[in-house]
Design a protein around this ligand. Structure first.
Ligand code: ADP
Length: 317
């Protein structure tokens, strides 16, 4: 409730800005924009103060493209990352659920930085935070602020925080935040952290451990009723996938699941006539074939850079 957006409102209204009441006969506004603003109005039918003097099209963009009312990810959907889940629960979810307890010494940091190689579950964690804390999820990629919205980034961020204020509790997930840093800052992250990161918590999200890889194989295949591997076979796949991220594993399972289909089609039955029940389950040999196609997306030297950064700035595992 006491949240103050980080960007000052310059005040002063111009013709294409929202005002207190949405004019029914305002022709400059399309139906979808009007509907979207109406949904943000309070019970008194007035637009909340935080949304006044913002451009309606930006509010509409935030509501339709950036806001996700039902992110639909729960902790149980995320394999491994036990340490990250524990940190995030204490740092973010509990304070969101019980702001009365998390004050004074227990005040949470102003932000949480999840860092690590791509495809390891950072976005999933953001969505799960929103899901577990019953908060609205806002996703924005920082790189879109500097490209698509050239010159409009600040206005869009203001609209984003405005809508988020009206949809509290809210989780704003900024992806690829490093794209906002200059080249110099990127090479000197240490100093950047000292200047800006004082009130920021860091959690390292690393590629999967053996058990988490087994979990994802079983979980994804079981969802489709295709899991028939023995424990030993599952272990064999895990041994061959050292360093694979969550999304690498997902791609691997996807590719392996094509094996039975490709084999069935080789018998000469056309795809339209194929009987689903005639397909065999996914086997170890499908994974062996898929491993030729799906390679780990993160190199060990890249991993080394993240690990070094974790040693300096991360929370202790
Ligand atoms: P990041 O934000 O770290 O780049 P994402 O959270 O977008 O990665 O993950 C991409 C996809 O890979 C997810 O949608 C999910 O299918 C899979 N994935 C990644 N990490 C995990 C994980 N820890 N558990 C389950 N699935 C995962």
């Amino acid at each position: 409730g006491n949240f103050v957006p980080p960007i000052r409102n310059n005040g002063g209204s111009t013709s294409n800005m929202t005002s207190r009441v949405i004019g029914k006969n305002d022709d400059s506004m399309g139906d979808s924009t009007r509907k979207c603003l109406e949904m943000l109005c309070g019970p008194d039918g007035e637009l909340p103060e935080k949304l006044r003097n913002l451009e309606p099209r930006l509010i509409e963009h935030v509501s339709n493209e950036i806001m996700d009312k039902d992110p639909n990810v729960r902790w149980d959907d995320i394999a491994g990352l036990e340490h990250a889940k524990k940190c995030v629960t204490e740092m973010v979810i509990w304070p969101l659920l019980r702001p009365d307890i998390f004050r004074g010494c227990r005040s949470p940091g102003r932000g949480l930085l999840l860092f690590g190689p791509p495809g390891t579950g950072k976005t999933m964690i953001g969505k799960a935070i929103a899901g577990e804390a019953k908060a609205t999820f806002f996703y924005i990629s920082a790189s879109s602020l500097t490209s698509k919205w050239i010159g409009e980034g600040e206005k869009l961020v203001r609209a984003l925080f405005g809508v988020a204020c009206c949809r509290q509790p809210a989780v704003i997930f900024v992806d690829e935040i490093d794209s906002l840093l200059s080249q110099e800052q990127q090479t000197d992250l240490k100093n950047w952290m000292k200047q800006h990161g004082g009130d920021l918590q860091n959690v390292y999200i690393f590629p999967f451990l053996h058990q988490a890889r087994a979990w994802i194989i079983r979980n994804l295949l079981e969802k489709d009723g295709l899991f028939r591997l023995t424990e030993e076979e599952t272990n064999d796949v895990c041994k061959l996938t050292e360093g694979y991220s969550g999304s690498d594993m997902k791609n691997l399972v996807k590719d392996a699941s094509m094996g039975p289909l490709r084999e069935a089609l080789q018998q000469g039955v056309g795809i339209t006539k194929l009987n689903k029940e005639d397909m065999r389950p996914v086997m170890l040999k499908d994974f062996e074939t898929a491993l030729q196609e799906v390679r780990p997306s993160v190199s060990s030297s890249e991993l080394g850079t993240y690990e070094e950064w974790n040693r300096q700035f991360g929370s202790l595992a």
